[in-house]
Design a binder for this molecule. Structure first.
Ligand SMILES: NC(=O)c1ccc[n+]([C@@H]2O[C@H](COP(=O)([O-])OP(=O)(O)OC[C@H]3O[C@@H](n4cnc5c(N)ncnc54)[C@H](O)[C@@H]3O)[C@@H](O)[C@H]2O)c1
Length: 338
């Protein structure tokens, strides 16, 4: 099991030991002032979904084999503490937060007042993200070096993240591995790393999040990052395509399971985004220009253009969206090549 190093913190609670609730975090005695909002179900009582009936044969929250409506908690999200978009103000775990889309997502979430737990292998990049988050007033951000491919480390680090933020009701899986590999040159190590980080880690983290999500409440939600390579093929990206298609499969499976608890799970499928992951491809002569010519919006995305739709999917604005994927590619996959 890899070690989990904790770094950075809320400026108001420097060096608070793991397990303490930072001032201002949800659940803290003197929490940040939030405006209580009317719960959606109260706004439209006539449309309130029926509460799930309790079955003594099925322990709370556990899916019974073949069980259907009796274990489904199809409640509208309950209002408690709210962020500035009127969404749950519970903490959000973000993997791959040292760079690119993960970092942009951290910044987008602290901007609306959500505390964030940030994981990555890259300690220096993580520290930078924590510093950037701390520039936002009243932000709460913790960084931890966690190898998401290490399932034991993940199982230990999730409760730590929940304790450090006071609650954990959101998850964004942005950690990712890519590398050129056609079927002619399958490389076992790159195959395993790609599948373990991109797909297996998402499932292992989701497994560890069931208890924290229950504690945080029914507005809890997760977003996994797939890709347009999960929808279409690319000859030079065999393992990556397999992993991103796998992310969508895992997302749909977990979405069904988590719906029994009232939690939502979705995915985004970005096209080309200007991050370090795409930098080697941008070095190839003509690659970027060709891509931009084929894209209806004639450019690649900024990481923030992926982060904001992720923030929407985590929020109560998307309260009836689950098991879905959102393509964010400037129209690239909406047009034919003819
Ligand atoms: N950039 C694009 O064009 C693009 C397009 C579609 C999908 N995506 C996906 O978006 C996600 C984010 O990618 P990005 O473009 O921001 O890339 P990035 O390289 O900037 O960020 C990926 C991060 O994941 C971290 N990481 C890798 N292995 C890890 C591990 N074992 N444990 C913890 N952290 C680990 C890296 O250190 C890095 O900080 C990835 O899943 C990627 O596949 C990217």
């Amino acid at each position: 099991m890899s070690t989990v190093g904790r770094m950075g913190s809320d400026p108001r609670e420097a060096d608070a030991p793991a397990g303490t609730v930072p001032a201002g975090a949800p659940g803290a005695p003197a929490g940040r002032s939030t405006t209580p909002r009317t719960e959606p179900a109260k706004r439209a009582p006539a449309k309130r979904a029926p509460r799930a009936s309790k079955s003594p044969a099925v322990p709370a929250g556990r899916p019974a084999p073949g069980a259907r409506s009796s274990t489904r908690a199809s409640r509208a999200p309950r209002a408690s503490a709210r962020d500035r978009l009127g969404s749950p103000a519970s903490g959000v775990l973000i993997t791959g937060a040292a760079s690119g889309i993960g970092r942009a997502t951290a910044l987008a979430l602290v901007e609306v007042g959500r505390p964030v737990a940030l994981w990555d292998l890259d300690a220096a990049g993580l520290e930078e993200t924590v510093t950037l988050c701390r520039r936002r007033p009243r932000s709460v951000a913790h960084g931890s070096v966690v190898d998401v491919a290490d399932s034991a480390a993940v199982a230990a680090a999730v409760p730590e993240a929940a304790a450090s933020l006071g609650s954990l009701g959101g998850f964004v899986h942005a950690a990712g591995v890519s590398g050129p590999m056609s079927v002619d040159f399958i490389d076992d190590d790159l195959w395993d790393a790609t599948l373990n980080v991109n797909v297996r880690a998402a499932a292992m983290i989701a497994k560890a999040l069931i208890e924290p999500f229950r504690a945080a409440g029914p507005g809890s939600a997760a977003v996994l990052i797939s890709s347009i390579e999960g929808l279409f093929g690319s000859a030079m990206l065999t393992a990556y395509c397999a992993s991103k298609g796998g992310v969508l499969g895992v997302m749909r499976s977990i979405a069904q399971r988590f719906a029994m608890e009232g939690f939502r799970v979705n995915a985004v499928c970005p096209g080309a985004v200007a991050t370090p992951m795409l930098a080697p491809a941008f070095e190839l002569p003509g690659f970027r220009q060709q891509l931009e010519e084929r894209t209806p919006l004639h450019r690649v995305a900024t990481p923030d253009e992926i982060a904001r739709p992720i923030r929407f999917l985590l929020s109560d604005e998307a309260s009836f969206v689950t098991g879905a994927h959102l393509t964010i590619d400037g129209g690239l996959t909406a047009v034919t090549a003819i």
